[in-house]
Design a protein around this ligand. Structure first.
Ligand SMILES: C[S@@+](CC[C@H](N)C(=O)[O-])C[C@H]1O[C@@H](n2cnc3c(N)ncnc32)[C@H](O)[C@@H]1O
Length: 304
């Protein structure tokens, strides 16, 4: 019989701190070596959450947000198009992740893990700056999800090339997994900083790097109608894995509607969420307690 972990008291709600601020300003002010994990879904492109692009999305008038076709009667949420990035945008992305990784390596304790959502087109623009900043790449989490990205025929020549797709239809989302180097051996770091490893599911079952987690729908989306909402089913597994002893603070510097913070709250883990957009910040304030109260099925902490 596998021994189930009982270290996390399910359903307790420890304090979380929500901050309406620019993540970089907040990180610059934060004391060094004071955060134990980061689980985040950053704004790819720096474009899609700009005022101009959010306005175009609201008006339904193109821009980087594309409405995927409805194929089963369900209305689809708009997705940002990363294929429209130009060289200049790619350089800006690289610079953004260079700044983020340099800020994070300072505020994280030795052995702290970073889980960062990305996508197959731009993941290298995240991973290279993280490694250059001094993080160790510890793998990738593959989230199995039908995103409706890719699979399209050549634009404006669909009839001529009816059996051609310009990219595969994507069925997965990568999450980069990084660690600030440990002080000494992993066991030394675990003793001193309480970080350096990933929390197992049980003594018989380690955390795994393939997680099936469909797009958030239904009640979850009603509670938190953010264009990039991540499902509790995924976030609770990532947040749980990020702290080997469920001790310390998880940071989400780009919290959107607060799915990371809600997952931490549901798991009884302390967290801090930063969001610079006042509308999304207000959404997070209202959504977090409700998201945290949802039953995430087999991934609900109460069932571990
Ligand atoms: C991809 S979304 C995160 C969505 C989140 N995973 C959820 O489930 O709701 C990224 C968020 O980062 C915010 N953001 C962008 N730049 C930021 C910055 N410099 N500081 C803080 N937040 C920022 C955006 O407003 C957006 O809400």
């Amino acid at each position: 019989m596998p021994r189930l972990e009982v270290g996390i008291a399910p359903r307790t709600r420890p304090a979380y701190e929500l901050v309406l601020d620019d993540a970089f300003d907040w990180l610059d002010r934060r004391v060094a070596n004071s955060i134990e994990a980061v689980v985040t879904d950053p704004p790819y492109g720096l474009i899609e959450f700009s005022e101009a692009e959010l306005r175009k999305k609201k008006d339904g008038s193109g821009g980087v947000w594309r409405i995927p076709p409805a194929f089963d009667g369900c209305e689809r949420a708009p997705l940002p198009r990363f294929t429209v990035l130009r060289d200049r945008d790619r350089q800006a992305l690289r610079a953004f992740f260079a700044r983020l990784s340099q800020s994070l390596i300072r505020v994280l304790v030795p052995g702290a893990h970073v889980f960062i959502a990305t996508n197959p087109l731009v993941s290298h623009l995240v991973y290279e700056p993280f490694i250059a900043a001094g993080f160790e790449k510890r793998g990738e989490i593959i989230r199995l999800v039908q995103t409706l990205r890719g699979g399209d025929r050549p634009k404006n020549a669909e009839n001529e090339f009816d059996l051609v797709s310009v990219m595969p239809r994507s069925g997965w989302e990568p999450w980069g997994l990084f660690r600030k180097p440990c002080q000494g051996r992993v066991q030394d770091n675990l003793r001193v900083w309480r970080t350096g490893g990933l929390r197992r599911i049980s003594d018989a079952e380690p955390f795994r790097d393939v997680i099936s987690a469909p797009v958030a729908r239904g009640r979850e989306r009603e509670i938190a109608p953010h264009p990039s909402l991540k499902p509790q089913r995924l976030m609770r597994q990532l947040v749980r894995a990020s702290l080997p002893f469920a001790e310390g603070t998880v940071l989400d510097p780009f919290m959107g509607s607060g799915s990371t913070i809600a997952a931490a709250s549901a798991l009884g883990i302390q967290s801090i969420g930063i969001e610079c957009n006042p509308e999304f910040f207000a959404l997070a304030v209202a959504a977090i307690p409700e998201l945290a109260g949802l039953d995430a099925g087999e991934h609900d902490s109460a069932r571990w």
